[in-house]
Write a protein that binds this ligand. Structure first.
Ligand SMILES: N[C@@H](CCC(=O)N[C@@H](CS)C(=O)NCC(=O)O)C(=O)O
Length: 199
């Protein structure tokens, strides 16, 4: 199959797909959006990327990019109007993905880890919030594409128990999250799409 636009397989509520959509939108990339559900992945997506995670970007030359961070980097390499790639804190994004996200999963879905004691997961998430809050007290944004890469995960964690999140003493983080949630770009990338059906 060939297309003159990149194809993006995406799932609306997936934070990895959100960060990819944010970066693609920032770069002004016109694409064919294919909305999927995780319990019934289209064969065409699995043929392109057998690991079966979203987001998956397929370029017109059939190159497949199936890691969200790689999609962000690709988008920035196409068009980077605010020179954000060079300002991106990739170490902080790695911290988000490898240290915070596993704790978020254990806090949100403890039953998925029956052999583990997940009782400390929420505190671990809070430690990360404290780190981000310090950074956001020093500067209003994390810098470059870092904010887009990270805020969808903070949103997910905040939504587990909004009262808990709102009561935390991290005003800079809370204000930063709110600003991103109400931003025009976030409203745009969260628009609903019909489920994609193969012809
Ligand atoms: N490392 C991948 C992770 C992507 C990922 O795990 N996405 C989740 C949805 S949020 C997924 O597709 N999971 C597969 C499934 O639940 O079947 C990336 O950054 O793109």
């Amino acid at each position: 199959m060939s297309s003159d636009r990149p194809i993006l397989y995406s799932f609306r509520r997936c934070p990895y797909a959100m960060r990819a959509r944010l970066a693609l939108h920032y770069a002004g990339i016109k694409l064919e959006h294919r909305e999927i559900i995780l319990r019934d992945k289209p064969q065409a997506m699995l043929d392109a990327s057998p690991k079966g995670t979203v987001p998956v970007l397929i370029l017109p030359d059939a190159t497949v990019i199936d890691e969200s961070l790689d999609i962000m980097k690709w988008a920035g390499a196409q068009n980077d109007p605010q020179n954000w790639l060079q300002a991106t804190d990739f170490a902080l994004i790695t911290h988000n993905d490898t240290i915070f996200k596993p704790q978020l999963d254990r806090y949100k879905y403890p039953t998925r880890y029956p052999d583990e004691d997940c009782s400390g997961a929420r505190d671990s998430c809070e430690n990360y919030f404290a780190l981000l809050n310090d950074k956001l007290n020093a500067a209003s944004q994390l810098g470059g594409l870092t904010d887009y890469a990270i805020f969808p995960f903070i949103r997910q964690c905040a939504n587990v128990d909004k009262d808990w999140f709102t009561a935390l003493p991290y005003k800079a983080l809370q204000n930063w999250l709110d600003a991103h949630l109400y931003s025009a770009i976030f409203q745009d990338i969260m628009k609903k799409h019909l489920l994609w059906q193969a012809d």
